[in-house]
Design a protein around this ligand. Structure first.
Ligand code: BGC
Length: 405
């Protein structure tokens, strides 16, 4: 993007500025399928084999947000955000099938009340990949009974917390669970089983539909990880076809099935995939990459938003962020993505909000503690939070409802 000029891009009135987190990655002390896997001998052996320290791959106390939520909410306010996306943890709330913990529900009520005291809107995620151990023992989402259990959980939470929730995200990135859990085995349940992957996909679709049909008071949506798939060479039929196929299976199929069961689309944008016809089928130019080696490609968000515009639903960018421990790229990363989001808005796409991922450095799933996505650093021993320089820049963007490019 051209950088030799200065321009102020204003966002529509009532545009929502926010930050996102999830329960498992920040709260600490959660016992679920993930915590079990992290501590399994097999996992620990695999990590040691790579010469790494297993401690760096165990979530454990996370960011201790379970106890420090007031401080976290203050940080959200310091950023001048009007909305906070957080999660509730199914395993905490329903430790046994249909046995709910009043204490934990009350805990989340307190968190939400504190958010309201600070005049924050709340997006509440019901499921962000982790499952109670009893769900795992039933065979996880590959078992269709889980849909009914999830419905009971969702109903209970909506009754208990619904008055304090502004937007519901029923499922976070279901395709990631299907693919990482049942195809490449990188996430629990760590399998390669296309048949179970198919059943899991189908059951997650059902879960979204059925929760939507509960008729909750606030808007109900989903977050989808939408990648920008592009053929490396437009003239190459094979590359064009492969890119379309990948777009169809990864981005489109799930959304198509639930499009009548969402009030809005929450989009998470991280990836550009430049598709070639030969293995491994992806060859990005990687001129600039994040600490995780992910290509930085802001333009992709424009194409993703243009595609989503076709669903004719309000769109919220509910995750967009960068692992960048030195904070070298983060401010520009945010601005450049906003530049392209603004371009899509100007062309008529109904984008109503932007949420940076993430408020804090947190537990980055299979990659453990190394990646630093936070606007705030978190000291892993003292849990002290400290703003990175980019936090100031983001807070200015949020306050002014505009970005200077
Ligand atoms: C997930 C987050 C994750 C982030 C960065 C998203 O796909 O929802 O939980 O931390 O990506 O990898």
């Amino acid at each position: 993007m051209a950088k030799n000029y200065k321009e102020t891009l204003r966002f529509p009135d009532n545009f929502l500025w926010g930050v996102s987190t999830s329960a498992y990655q920040t709260e600490g002390g959660i016992v679920c399928d993930w915590s079990g896997w992290e501590k399994s001998l097999e996992r620990i052996k695999g990590i040691k084999k790579q010469g790494l320290d297993p401690e760096d791959f165990i979530c454990d106390k996370a960011c201790d947000s379970y106890h420090r939520y007031k401080e976290d909410l203050d940080l959200v306010k310091d950023l001048n955000c009007g909305v906070y996306r957080m999660g509730v943890e199914w395993a905490r709330i329903e430790p046994q099938p249909e046995v709910f913990s009043e204490k934990e529900i009350e805990h989340y009520r307190q968190v939400l009340k504190e958010a309201k005291k600070r005049n924050l809107k709340v997006v509440l995620t019901l499921w962000h990949w982790t499952n109670p151990v009893w769900v795992q023992e039933m065979g996880g989402w590959a078992n269709k009974k889980v849909v009914e259990y999830f419905l009971v959980y969702a109903k209970r939470i909506s009754q208990e917390l619904g008055d304090l929730v502004d937007f519901w995200v029923v499922l976070n990135e279901p395709m990631v669970h299907v693919f990482n859990g049942y195809i490449i085995g990188k996430f629990p349940p760590n399998k390669f089983c296309p048949f179970q992957a198919y059943k899991t996909f189908r059951n997650l679709v059902q879960a979204q539909r059925k929760v939507y049909d509960l008729g909750l008071k606030s808007p109900v949506g989903i977050t989808a990880l939408i990648n920008y798939f592009e053929p490396a060479r437009e003239w190459c039929f094979l590359e064009r076809s492969l890119a379309s196929l990948m777009h169809y299976f990864w981005n489109h199929k799930f959304l198509k099935k639930i499009k009548n069961h969402i009030d809005f689309i929450g989009v998470d944008y991280y990836f550009h995939d430049r598709i070639v016809w030969y293995p491994p089928f992806r060859k990005n130019l990687n001129e600039k990459v994040t600490d995780m080696g992910w290509e930085i490609y802001p333009e992709g968000i424009y194409y993703v938003l243009k595609y989503l515009g076709k669903f004719k639903k309000p769109i919220y960018i509910m995750e967009n962020g960068i692992a960048d421990a030195q904070d070298k790229y983060r401010a520009d990363f945010i601005k450049d993505h906003l530049y392209y989001a603004h371009k899509a808005i100007e062309e008529g796409v109904d984008v109503r909000g932007y949420f940076y991922w993430s408020l804090l450095d947190n537990f980055e799933w299979a990659a453990g503690w190394d990646p630093k996505f936070g606007l705030y650093k978190v000291n892993r021993k003292t849990f002290q939070r400290k703003a990175r320089p980019s936090a100031k820049i983001y807070s200015k963007i949020c306050q002014s409802n505009s970005v200077e490019i």
